[in-house]
Design a protein around this ligand. Structure first.
Ligand SMILES: [Zn+2]
Length: 130
């Protein structure tokens, strides 16, 4: 939130990053805030900018109807590793497609790893998949 606030020159107080006080807020005095807390600009503009910043953090919609298998193949010894994913969550790994049913029948684990999410978004939306 602080990074977004600094980038968009939002108010730390309106973002909940700074305690409310009657005097000019610290971030405004430090020229980080455009003056929303002292009435120089409207809270509506502040909130629109804040939503714009937060929207960059929102998860992209899973672009498939169901799970996806990313298959990594070694050209030298033909070993494959299959990574089954659904809604950005890793369901499991397999050595072949025969193991998919077992993995898909397990209870889902809804954790999303930030680094894996970034990798998958890059791979899926840059169309590096074959
Ligand atoms: Zn402020």
């Amino acid at each position: 939130m602080q990074i977004i606030s600094d980038e968009y020159k939002l108010c730390y107080q309106l973002c909940g990053l700074e305690k409310v006080s009657n005097r000019a807020y610290v971030s405004h005095r430090l020229k980080k805030c455009d003056g929303y807390c002292v009435g120089k600009k409207s809270a509506l503009i502040h909130n629109v900018k804040m939503l714009e910043g937060l929207s960059r953090l929102a998860l992209k919609t899973w672009p498939y109807r169901g799970p996806l298998a990313l298959i990594e193949k070694c050209r030298h010894n033909y070993i494959e590793k299959h990574l089954l994913i659904d809604n950005w969550c890793i369901l499991g790994t397999a050595d072949s497609a025969e193991e998919y049913v077992e993995i898909l029948n397990k209870p889902p684990s809804p954790e999303i790893d930030r680094d894996i999410y970034k990798y998958l978004v890059s791979a899926i939306f840059s169309k590096n998949l074959q």
